[in-house]
Design a protein around this ligand. Structure first.
Ligand SMILES: [Zn+2]
Length: 267
């Protein structure tokens, strides 16, 4: 079982790596396993957010990984697609706001997002704010950046998105929930229409599409589909003047049926 670590522990470990110590040395000194150190060496996004003096109270004395795991796995998918974390109000209070943008076309998905966020952040009201064409579901917590260490300034497609080993374990436990979250943010289940070879009209079949400007987020999707043994096909959309997107489709009949069991159409 991989542990979750407090931000100051992470920052200290990375500073040891930066000083020239090997991962083995840092492992011996801190007890942090090497697979975690490997991810941290690649992903420095958490490092500047906390000063040494302002430890997250939820991470004292020992960080508590988010629970319940099935709600977190789904929320992680939504967060990677449509979420952002920013300081809420007075920055000295060190409270963060997690916002997930939900399309107004799918009221059921707004409710489901709110339920998942409330489950991960219990005893605290999760709110909604209106924006043009969408509803922001938001919750306030000092612990959000620890729960989503992928948080950093800048656009997700311009930086590394690597899951911490404890996050990967949760995704491995609940892969369908993670795929559902990703699909609900950046995917769709639609009908693909193909002209018949004999020219007699069209035939249609359902398929799932998922597209994101971050190749690493698409990579997380395909790795999880592989784990579920659901076949997928890669597409890359390129249009002049438009940011290129990596995309995957799931269109084999049996694969669509399996996806329907834990994703289904948006509602
Ligand atoms: Zn924390």
């Amino acid at each position: 079982m991989h542990h979750m670590y407090a931000p100051h522990v992470r920052r200290h470990a990375v500073s040891l790596l930066d000083s020239g110590l090997s991962q083995t040395d840092v492992n011996r000194q801190t007890g942090i396993n090497r697979s975690t150190l490997r991810v941290w060496a690649q992903d420095r996004s958490l490092l500047d957010k906390y000063q040494d003096t302002d430890l997250c109270p939820r991470c004292e004395p020992v960080p508590r990984p988010p629970a319940p795991a099935h709600a977190y796995s789904y929320l992680l998918g939504l967060y990677l697609g449509d979420g952002c974390i920013s300081p809420a109000g007075d920055p000295r209070k060190k409270v963060w706001r997690l916002r997930i943008a939900c399309d107004d076309k799918w009221p059921g998905l707004i409710d489901e997002c709110e339920e998942a966020m409330s489950a991960v952040r219990p005893d605290h009201k999760v709110g909604r704010t209106r924006a043009p064409g969408c509803t922001m579901v938001n919750g306030y917590w000092k612990h959000w950046p620890c729960v989503f260490p992928q948080h950093a300034p800048g656009k997700k497609h311009e930086r590394r998105i690597v899951l911490d080993p404890w996050q990967q374990e949760i995704v491995d436990e609940h892969p369908g929930r993670f795929v559902r979250g990703l699909m609900h943010s950046d995917g769709s289940r639609g009908l693909n229409r193909i002209a018949r070879r004999d020219g007699q009209g069209f035939y249609e079949y359902p398929r799932y599409l998922f597209a994101n400007t971050s190749r690493e987020i698409v990579g997380l999707m395909t790795a999880t589909l592989d784990r579920l043994e659901i076949p997928w096909k890669s597409h890359t959309k390129r249009q002049p003047g438009v940011l290129s997107q990596a995309a995957v489709s799931i269109s084999r009949k049996a694969a669509v049926a399996r996806m329907d069991a834990f994703v289904g159409p948006k509602y």
